[in-house]
Design a protein around this ligand. Sequence first.
Ligand code: SAM
Length: 342
Amino acid sequence: MSLPESALPIVRTATGFFQAQALFVGIELGLFARVSREPADAATLQQEFGLHPSLVHDYLDALVAMDLLARDGSQYRATPMTSTYLDPTKPEYIGGFLAFNQRRLYPAWGTLGTFLRSGENLAQKFSAEGDFTSELYADPRRARAFTEAMDGYAVLLARPLAEKFRWDEVKSFADLGGCRGLLTARIAAAHPHLRGVTFDLPPLEPLFDELIDSVGGDTDLRDRVSYQAGSFFTDALPDTQVYIFGHVLHDWVDERRRELVRRAFEQLPPGGTLLVYDSMIDDERRDAVFNLLMSLNMAMISGSSEYTVSQGIGWLEEAGFTVEEPVALNEITTLLVANKPL
Ligand SMILES: C[S@@+](CC[C@H](N)C(=O)[O-])C[C@H]1O[C@@H](n2cnc3c(N)ncnc32)[C@H](O)[C@@H]1O
């Protein structure tokens, strides 16, 4: 019997957390922002960040080998990828999502074995209400960290979502569970004829105001976007032509997903559209490593899961929608466009 070629894929998987921690610490230090501003040598970075002189070279060179830094002679600098996504002064910054992975998900995944046996998720464990938002939003500091994490994940979808739907044919939209409004603002900025509403729970309204204030002098944009506080399970939904459920259905169990889709159908006007995006799983359930693991992640955090493309289409059709061909927003995210008949 011939032996399989190599055990290296196993070794790489087992030590994947080395790379994750090297990245997290770079974010924590502000290293990527620093070298985005100006290249620097190891001695300078060692002094500025208080690193141990015997460790700094291996650390920086490992980041070079991971394509997170580049090195010209003795100078370390940011790569186009790191200066775009890991510098907090840039609009595409994803550091909030990485910090959430480091602080909340990394420790949680250390308990995967126990979770797989008990099925007890974190929301059940830490909140009397048993849902993840009541636990998070009780503490304004954690609410802010959560919204920064959501921004860091959703920001990657803003451009494809602004490009891959026929926004020119509609005048208004509402992002249901739109967090603090990042996507509402980006879609409205990309399409100056649109008015957008972020619909989310009351505790996030001040963070929406803060985000919209940060767009500064763009009074046109500020006039076109607004916040509506409420619960998408119990309150009237905004009166618009398009609803978005983005990374929302993956927070809930099937019955509640059906309820959300049904409510959206009932409250959209005839000819209205519901857009649903999530890290949906391929129908064969064999290729999408990230999406399948994200499904377990959702189970661990909130007792929910990701779902297959066919399941998503099924809930939408059951509510009465006609669903278009699925659209890939990026490698890990599928968009379903569901139309309410005229
Ligand atoms: C996983 S986040 C997704 C945020 C954003 N749509 C995105 O794509 O990043 C889920 C959002 O749903 C909101 N949410 C949870 N329960 C809600 C409810 N009952 N009514 C309205 N929004 C709710 C949360 O506050 C949070 O902003």
